[in-house]
Design a binder for this molecule. Structure first.
Ligand code: GLY
Length: 463
């Protein structure tokens, strides 16, 4: 946990930013798998964790801006819970650890919210992303559950994003800790990517490493697949064969819940073919160009286009793209090969703050979401600022169904050589991803180096 002063400071800033009313936070509740007593690994809501620091289920918290009070609502353990789950510090003790003086039973929360509503005071809450939270907000605010999404507080959302977007040194240290685990996961995957193994054997091993090293589950379902052309392929049933490329997109959480998210592309059996090397080097070049451009002030959308330009120019050299490279980028023809965004913010969530609304997090009044295919999936487009931590994850994919569709539609047939593309349809995909901190002058790749050049990956695969 961070210091009590730090959590107090965050809440003070939030109070000043929001300005009036009650600010209501709902922590997460246990999430049953198949029966009430058999739950998924508990994961606290990230904004609750950020402002209140207590990593336990069934809590809520309120800042009363005018009264200048902060209260955490929850219960101490019953004897039955002590018997089954073990003793724990009292809620009051936990609150003191995060600079909060007041705690109260959960049963008192509804009266406090009701009184504020009766007095015409605003009750600010963040967008719920679980049905039980939606029902809880609806109950507390006497609202139709269907109306909850439309009544979330934009001032609160913006104030939370302002704070959480800029990572302090202590937060960066957590991200580095998550990346140290991630590096071991990636190098283990490289060594295990051998013909005759099932993908799931690799996934089981590396997810175990994540849990074993931090006591926390990975921040997202591991993507490890020789069918890398499927961007978020979460099936792990393939038997690996020599000559295939395996995409390994995985992460770990630090002990305090900060996420890492890296991707490497691994030749099964440890040697890239000539063609694989060509495509791999282009993706490396896309990432290098992006990293070189990243600094405060540049919109991340522009960085995405820089990577797209490199792809277009290099695939033109290979003969897959033809015509004017600027037109290829402008028209969005490159997205046949790169149909996702260059990256997203990273922090307590893998897509940091995604639950607050991607457009709030990644866009501004001036930079609106682009509707063109591919770049429409860009999660972060706004200007970079010191303290942002973002992923940089270019890729090139050969998606047979998409190629077929574009070809049938004659889409960009002046810019794409569909004939030449035929022989790539069994290629799969390449993605390379690192986590990057924006500094006052540029950008720094965080974490220990993870093998990335062709030579380094091959050497790691060989053990
Ligand atoms: N690395 C997985 C994701 O960005 O969703």
């Amino acid at each position: 946990m961070f210091s009590a002063d730090l959590y107090s400071h965050r809440r003070q800033r939030l109070k000043a930013d929001v300005g009036s009313g009650l600010i209501l936070f709902l922590g997460n509740r246990p999430s049953p798998i198949n029966a009430p007593d058999n739950c998924h690994f508990f994961r606290q809501d990230s904004s609750f964790l950020y402002f209140w620091g207590i990593d336990l289920p069934d809590l809520a918290a309120v800042i009363d801006v005018e009264a200048d009070t902060e209260t955490v609502f929850g219960e101490d353990l019953s004897m039955d819970e002590v018997i089954w789950s073990g003793p724990q510090p009292s809620l009051h003790e936990r609150c003191r650890g995060v600079g909060v003086d007041r705690s109260a039973p959960s049963s008192q929360l509804s009266a406090i919210v009701a009184e504020a509503i009766k007095g015409g005071r605003p009750v600010h809450f963040l967008p719920p992303y679980r049905m039980d939270q939606t029902m809880q907000v609806a109950g507390l605010c006497s609202m139709d559950p269907a109306a909850v999404a439309g009544n979330t507080s934009t001032p609160l959302i913006r104030a939370v994003i302002r704070q959480r977007s800029v990572k302090s040194d202590a937060e960066v240290a957590q991200l580095e800790a998550a990346l140290a685990i991630n590096a071991v996961m990636q190098t283990t995957a490289m060594r295990m990517a051998t013909p005759g193994r099932y993908e799931r054997e690799v996934v089981g091993q590396i997810e175990g490493l994540a849990y074993g090293r931090s006591g926390r589950k990975p921040p997202f379902g591991t993507i490890f697949s020789i069918e890398g052309q499927t961007l978020h392929n979460r099936r792990h049933d393939n038997l690996m064969q020599a000559g295939r490329l395996a995409i390994c997109d995985c992460g770990a959480e630090s002990p305090m819940g900060y996420a890492s998210d890296t991707t490497r592309t691994i030749p099964v059996g440890g040697r890239f073919s000539g063609r694989q090397k060509e495509i791999y080097e282009i993706v490396l070049g896309m990432q290098a160009d992006a990293l070189a451009a990243m600094k405060p002030g540049i919109p991340y959308k522009d960085v995405h286009q820089i990577a797209a330009r490199r792809l277009s120019s290099d695939l033109k050299d290979l003969g897959l793209i033809r015509g004017d490279v600027d037109r290829v980028v402008q028209a969005g023809a490159y997205a046949l090969f790169f149909p996702h965004g260059l990256g997203h913010m990273l922090g307590l969530d893998v897509h940091d703050m995604e639950c607050l609304g991607e457009d709030h997090v990644g866009y501004t009044q001036e930079i609106r979401r682009d509707s063109r295919f591919g770049i429409d999936r860009l999660r972060l487009a706004k200007p970079l600022a010191p303290g942002f931590v973002v992923t940089v994850e270019p890729g090139i994919y050969f998606i047979p169904q998409l190629v077929q569709q574009w070809r049938n539609e004659n889409r960009f047939s002046d810019l794409i050589d569909y004939g030449k593309l035929e022989s790539y349809l069994d290629f799969g995909g390449v993605r390379i991803e690192d986590d990057v901190q924006i500094t006052s002058t540029g950008a720094t790749v965080l974490g220990p180096p993870i093998p990335k050049t062709v030579a380094a990956v091959e050497s790691c695969c060989r053990g």
